[in-house]
Design a protein around this ligand. Structure first.
Ligand code: PGA
Length: 254
């Protein structure tokens, strides 16, 4: 069945010292739970080389928080999927709501990032989720399905055999307002139903993570839901005891 994935997303946080402390703290739980849970950290690009050397030989996986659509060229400030792959990354987050919002990334542009990551041998982690206004207006599935459909249109449904979806309601990110397990499960099930309209095999196999103020307290119940296959963890992945507890919650439900 689907192996749970607990992925940290450090965003724009960290120092050489904190990166070293946190990666050292996560290697042990990642190794201990490796048969049951995948554990990964997505770090700012400038720290990925450090993460690579600290995680070497361990079961701790890692990835980038974003990637460009190009392989190389005159695109100042960007990081290509090939570069990311060369540093041993397994994953690349694409379409995080902070990228969609602050950098005006459209569904079609995110789909191109997804394709670029996949073409380079990375596992894209496609973030989807609605704003508070869209949630209140009952538009969650309209928004989320459109974000997924843009990828299916460009890459085909089978591309999700090598990808992960993270449902992150924007109103829950960094706000302390976690979606209740029932609300989250309901959306995750509907995402799986949507995938099923294209392929039952892909729908059954695709890992769908929950993200948005997921922490050591809320993770156990969230992870016990049938269609929640782990979490994309922001703030709590910057605290070793909290992230370690979240890994344990995933292990308990694996
Ligand atoms: P949060 O962030 O856990 O701090 O809410 C999650 C995310 O944005 O990936």
């Amino acid at each position: 069945m689907r192996k749970p994935l607990v992925m940290g997303n450090w965003k724009l946080n960290g120092t050489k010292q904190s990166v070293s402390d946190l990666i050292k703290a996560f290697v042990e739980p990642a190794n201990r739970t490796a048969g049951k849970v995948d554990v990964a950290i997505c770090a700012p690009a400038i720290f990925i080389g450090t993460v690579e050397s600290l995680a070497k030989g361990s079961s701790l996986q890692y990835g980038s928080e974003d990637c460009d659509i190009h392989t190389k060229g005159a695109f100042t400030g960007e990081n290509s999927p090939e570069m990311i792959k060369e540093f041993g990354c397994t994953y690349a987050i694409v379409g995080h709501s902070e990228r969609r919002g602050y950098h005006n990334e459209s569904n079609e542009y995110v789909a191109q990032k997804f394709k670029a990551a996949l073409d380079s041998g990375l596992v894209p982690v496609l973030c989807v989720g609605e704003s508070e206004a869209e949630y209140d207006a009952g538009k969650t599935m309209e928004v989320v399905n459109a974000e997924i459909k843009a990828v299916i249109d460009l890459c085909g449904i089978d591309s999700f055999k090598n990808a992960v979806i993270a449902y992150e309601p924007i109103w829950a990110i960094g706000t302390g307002k976690t979606a209740t397990p029932e609300v989250a499960q309901n959306v995750h099930r509907q995402i799986r139903d949507f995938l099923k309209t294209f392929s039952s095999e892909v729908a059954d196999g695709t890992r769908i993570l929950y993200g948005g103020s997921c922490n050591a307290k809320t993770a156990p119940e969230l992870f016990s839901q049938a269609d929640i296959d782990g979490g994309l963890i922001g703030g709590a992945s910057l605290k070793a005891p909290d992230f370690t507890a979240i890994i344990a919650a995933a292990e308990a439900n694996a």
